[in-house]
Design a protein around this ligand. Structure first.
Ligand code: ATP
Ligand code: MG
Length: 400
C-alpha cells in the first residue's frame, strides 16, 4: 500500500480543466492492478507466471494521465484486501487493468467485486472478461456467430481422442493465459506423439486445459478496437469515431520470422523491447491492401461485439494457408505500457499521446454510469448505460 496516495477532498464544485464532453465533477479514480513483484503468486505456478502483471511505472503513468484532466487518483492493488481498501477509499470510478491471480475467470474477479459493490469501472464487464480469458469459449462463440477462426479442439485430461477434422501442423497453447505464456517453438507440432506430449506439458504446468488449433502459417496482425455505438457523445475526441461508433486505428503487423521464437509471437518475444536481439518486427501502420485491410478492421469489431466487449480491446488475427484471416484471440484488458504495449504502439503511430488513450478509456467507461454530460445530445448512437448501477459510495457521500 506504499503507493496509495493521500486523497484530496473533492468538492462538488471542483472544476476540472474544460474538456468536451465534461465530467459532471472531478472524480476520485482508483487504478486497480496487479503489480510485478508485489502480487503474491500461487506456489505451484509455471515459470512465466505473473508475466501479465504491470510495472509500477505503468500505473504511475496512468495516474498522471488521469490527474492531468483534473481528477484525483489512488492506486489499489488487486488482491484479497481490495474490498476493505475500496470501503476506505470510496472511489467514484475504478480504472481496471487487473489480471487477477486465481481461478478460471481471474480477469473477471475484480469487475465482479466492483459490480457487487456497485462501483463504476472502465472497459468490459464480468461475463466478457471471463469469456475472453478462456480462448476456447471465445472461439466457440465466434464460430457460433459465423466468424472465421482456426479449427480447434480442447483437451482437459490429455487423453481425449483427436478429432477427425484437424490436420497437422497444429498449435498447442494453454486455454487461459496471455502474454504468450506457454508458447514457444515447441507449440507447433507435426505429429500425434509430439501433440500429446505438448498437451500434457500444458495441462501439468499451467493447471488448465490445452487448446489445440490448426497452425496458421500466414501474416499476423493485432487490431486495436475502440468505441461503441454512442462513443462520439461521450468521447473527448468525438470526431475519430465512424458511423458505427468505432475508431479504425492503423493495423499492426507482427513479423516473427526472424524473432527469438521464429514464426510465433511467444512469451520470450513479448518481453523484448524494440532494438533488442530476437525481437519481432512490428510494422505500424502495416502495409495491407484493400479489401484485406477493411476485412481485418471489421472482423476485429465483430469479434469484440460478439462477446459484448466494451469500449476497448485488441484482437489478434492470423492468415491461414489460403490467406483467409482467422481470429486467434481477443484481449479485453489490453496492456497499457506506454511505448511498449501493442495498443499504445498502435495509437502512438496515429499520433495519440498516452494521455489521450487513458482518458478515452476512462470517459467511455464513466459515461456508462451517467458520470459524463454528453457533448451533443443529438449525436448518433444508442446509449449503452448500465441501468442497475447506482454508485453506492457516491450516494452515501452526497446524502450526508
Ligand atoms: N493457431 C495458431 N497458429 C499459428 N500461430 C499461433 C496460433 N495461435 C497462436 N499463435 C502464435 O502464438 C502467439 C500467442 O498466441 P495468443 O495470441 O493466443 O496468446 P496470448 O498469450 O493470449 O497473447 P497476448 O499476449 O496477445 O494476450 C500469437 O501471437 C501467434 O504468433
Ligand atoms: Mg495474443
Amino acid at each position: 500500500m506504499d503507493e496509495t496516495k493521500e486523497i484530496e477532498s473533492t468538492e462538488e464544485n471542483d472544476k476540472p480543466p474544460s474538456t468536451s464532453p465534461r465530467p459532471i465533477r472531478a472524480w476520485r479514480v482508483a487504478v486497480i492492478a496487479n503489480v510485478k513483484g508485489e502480487t503474491v503468486l500461487p506456489i505451484d505456478g509455471p515459470a512465466d507466471a505473473g508475466a501479465e502483471f504491470d510495472k509500477k511505472e505503468t500505473i504511475q503513468e496512468i495516474q498522471s494521465a488521469i490527474e492531468s484532466d483534473g481528477h484525483t487518483t489512488v492506486f489499489i492493488p488487486a488482491d484479497a484486501n481490495l474490498p476493505y481498501t475500496l470501503a476506505h477509499v470510496r472511489p467514484d470510478i475504478c480504472f481496471n487493468i487487473s489480471e487477477g491471480i486465481y481461478g478460471d475467470a481471474r480477469e473477471a474477479q475484480i469487475p465482479a467485486l466492483l459490480e457487487l459493490l456497485r462501483i463504476p469501472y472502465t472497459a468490459s464487464r464480468v461475463l466478457t472478461n471471463a469469456v475472453s480469458l478462456d480462448k476456447t469459449m471465445t472461439k466457440r462463440i465466434w464460430r457460433d456467430k459465423g466468424l472465421p477462426t482456426a479449427a480447434f479442439q480442447e483437451f482437459v485430461t490429455g487423453n481425449e481422442p483427436l478429432a477427425d477434422d484437424l490436420s497437422f501442423p497444429m498449435f498447442v497453447k494453454p486455454a487461459s493465459e496471455g502474454t504468450g505464456m506457454g508458447m514457444d517453438g515447441g507449440s507447433i507440432v507435426y505429429d500425434k506423439e509430439s501433440l500429446y506430449r505438448r498437451i500434457k506439458w500444458v495441462i501439468e504446468n499451467y493447471h488448465q486445459a490445452a487448446l489445440v488449433e490448426e497452425y496458421l502459417p500466414g501474416r499476423e496482425f493485432t487490431v486495436a478496437v475502440m468505441g461503441r455505438s454512442d462513443a462520439a457523445r461521450f468521447s473527448p475526441r468525438p470526431d475519430i469515431y465512424g458511423p458505427d461508433g468505432f475508431h479504425r486505428f492503423p493495423l499492426l503487423e507482427v513479423d516473427s520470422s526472424a524473432s527469438v521464437t521464429p514464426g510465433i509471437y511467444g512469451h520470450i518475444a513479448k518481453t523484448l523491447h524494440t532494438g533488442e536481439a530476437g525481437v519481432p518486427q512490428f510494422i505500424c501502420p502495416a502495409s495491407v491492401e484493400e479489401p484485406l485491410a477493411s476485412t481485418l478492421q471489421d472482423l476485429a469489431i465483430k469479434a469484440h461485439n460478439a462477446i459484448n466487449a466494451l469500449d476497448v480491446s485488441r484482437v489478434d488475427i492470423r492468415l491461414d494457408k489460403n490467406g483467409v484471416p482467422r481470429l486467434m484471440e481477443i484481449n479485453t484488458l489490453p496492456g497499457l505500457t506506454r511505448g511498449f504495449s501493442d495498443l499504445c504502439v498502435i495509437a502512438e503511430a496515429e499520433n495519440w499521446n498516452y494521455r489521450d488513450i487513458i482518458l478515452e478509456i476512462l470517459y467511455l467507461g464513466a459515461s456508462r454510469f451517467g458520470m459524463v454530460t454528453p457533448s451533443d445530445k443529438t449525436a448518433r448512437g444508442i446509449p449503452v448505460q448500465i441501468p442497475e448501477f447506482v454508485p453506492v459510495f457516491q450516494n452515501q457521500r452526497h446524502s450526508r
